[in-house]
Design a protein around this ligand. Sequence first.
Ligand code: ZOZ
Ligand code: NAI
Length: 725
Amino acid sequence: MAHYARGSAVAVIRLCNPPVNALSLAVLQALEDGLKKADADPSVKAVMICGENGKFSAGADIRGFSSPERHGGALGPIVSLIESSEKPVVAAIEGVALGGGLEVALGCHYRIAHMKAQMGLPEVTIGLLPGAEGTQRLPRLIGVPAALDMITTGKHIPATEALKLGLVDEIVEENTIEAAIRLANKVIGQPLGPRRLSLKPIPRLPNMEAFLREALVRVKQQARGWLAPELCFQAVRAAAERPFAAGVRRERELLQVLLTSGQARALQHAFFAERAVRRWAAPSGASWSSAAPQPVRKAAVVGLGTMGRGIVTSLVKANIPLVALEQNLEYLNKGRKAVMLLLEREAMKMEGGAQTLDFHNPARLHFTVDFDLLRDVDLVIEAVFENMALKKEIFHKLSKICKPGALLCTNTSALNIDEIASATSCPQQVIGTHFFSPAHVMRLLEIIRGRHTSPTAIATAMQLAKALKKVGVVVGNCFGFVGNRMMFPYVQQAVFLLEEGSRPEAVDQVLEDFGFKLGPFRMSDLAGLDVGWRSRKDQGLTGPSLPSGTPARQRHGQRYSPLPDLLCEQGRFGQKTGKGWYQYEQAGGRTATPDPWLHSFLSHYRDTHHIKTRFIDQEEILERCLFSLINEGFAILAEGIASGPEHLDVIYINGYGWPKHRGGPMFYASTVGLPRVLAKLQKYSEVHPDVPGLRPSAFLKKLVAAGNPPIKEWMSYLSQQSSKL
Ligand SMILES: CCCCCCCC(=O)CC(=O)SCCNC(=O)CCNC(=O)[C@H](O)C(C)(C)COP(=O)(O)OP(=O)(O)OC[C@H]1O[C@@H](n2cnc3c(N)ncnc32)[C@H](O)[C@@H]1OP(=O)(O)O
Ligand SMILES: NC(=O)C1=CN([C@@H]2O[C@H](COP(=O)(O)OP(=O)(O)OC[C@H]3O[C@@H](n4cnc5c(N)ncnc54)[C@H](O)[C@@H]3O)[C@@H](O)[C@H]2O)C=CC1
């Protein structure tokens, strides 16, 4: 809805569609009616458009995009109607003006914003472009470089920056609505021609052609298969090169391409999935409505290695005072140095912004080896070596030292939360908080609920994720939880493919072409091959505890590849040693080049084990890696380890570099079609009967038998789910 009201000479149109005043069909209709009413009323001399509840508008109603009568297309003519009004129209921007909301403001003759308002054209992030003539008006107002930056990245900009760019005419600290009405009264009778953006020439650049050429290269490099940024670029280029009307036609053509590409649907799934996972629920029925988070006034991090350093940095950035603890002074000094370096870099990035980092004050960040200093903290995050005995020892100590009610979190990547909790006297306060490396950068926080974890503990961990600006996803307790458990079969297939005749660079290429930032081998080299090696030794799969006589390529009757172990035995741990699946310029080097040593090692290995090499095509590489990962996802859903496919998708997009424009692994499976996923798994499983990861999950089979229902309905096919959440 939009409310129309007339006070003296200025008519007020208030967009009203809680919570964010999305431009639904009803809102657009009411906006149009309001404009026509104002036009027809001779006593109205000017119009002011604002939004209800201190928010201008977050743009078109994204939920409406999938409905049969999509209404995004109706917005362009309304923006033109605003602009062509013979009475001045002023936009009063509070809260947010995003997407179609900002396009409405661009149709207005004047824009005034509250200094805390945010503006942006985020359509690119949901696979679209600003299709209500925004790609044509914005460059005319703020110039091609700034418009291109906003439109191809979708970033939100604060009002202060909008003022500098000329996107708004004025910013105010107090009442935006009153200021807008004052402005409207002031401009009554002034010529409107110069204020109509469609009539404005594009601000020229001395080197527009060269600028556009270079910008296109940059946009393509960053997009990696994601269509929208390049098409946004093309639309802005049309603004630079064509008259307004022709530019608008081009914008419409490009929007049509995006609307039919499938990527928009995937990105919109990702948008809503991220919001859905915020609404966690425990099997007891507890949720946000019944469980309140505990305040975290002070925290502690135990272990300042790779992960602890990033976690400390994250907490400091969230302004949470903390104690950082190591096992001895040598490690403490190493950890402190590394943390300070990270924080200094972060502080530099934030320079000039509103927030500053306070990390030199020991009251806010205190380094110690003394566990006693953890007495008064509200929450501890343990990030010591991945070793059950050590973790239990630490948790036992924590439960004795920390104050009653303190939340005890472990950053373990796979170990059993219940076993860790069993070492304490307060298992209800123990929870997994699984950060991803680098912990101050990656958005995902996998939150693992143990058997005894209380709803308050879950609520507190979810609240912590929010404070750290991360996406918290609550999952159940099993080996590897959700993310790593799905990753195991994926990496396993990649290694099996090498045994059968492929090469690391061929496998990586296929998955990078699919959209992953790094293929499985480049990723393993970056993470360190020794990490998995240590875990396999602990599991008794390799190393001295392996019973003599165990076949080289079999464990517990299943296929096993000793290839990664053999590399580690050669000291090839990946980037850190300068050699792994690839070779690097030096230890710690970043540039991977194919390694002839590895190729001949692989040939020798195949000869030793009498493996007949065959050519493996791209389709097989992609399907065996991805479908085995997806298959594990179905098993996870059936076991109740996650509450829905969107949880798995959010985890993969935010923690594992899954290309967002493909919507996450489970959404991708739904677009491939479950019957096809099942048929391919069946085919590969027949060829490799000793690989459980390829054996189709019972839940996948059930969904196919049920006629391949849409992803939203999958969970309803699980009868009496045995939830481990
Ligand atoms: C035929 C098709 C033709 C297509 C035409 C081309 C497309 C266009 O040119 C026009 C467009 O405007 S496309 C939409 C562009 N706007 C956006 O992407 C803004 C999305 N929203 C946000 O960023 C944050 O919600 C925001 C920053 C606004 C607020 O963040 P918060 O963290 O405070 O709150 P959230 O939890 O994110 O949001 C609150 C509730 O509102 C829902 N919502 C947000 N934006 C929406 C939107 N644009 N449409 C529909 N629902 C929307 C959001 O899902 C959440 O609801 P619940 O999940 O039920 O709580
Ligand atoms: N490295 C990674 O990519 C990821 C690791 N993790 C998990 O995070 C945890 C830590 O891993 P990393 O940081 O990679 O290990 P790391 O080996 O880099 O660091 C562990 C740190 O813990 C310290 N430590 C050991 N015993 C201690 C004690 N008794 N008291 C205080 N500090 C002690 C060590 O001195 C060392 O600095 C592990 O459980 C790992 O599985 C989770 C996600 C990703």
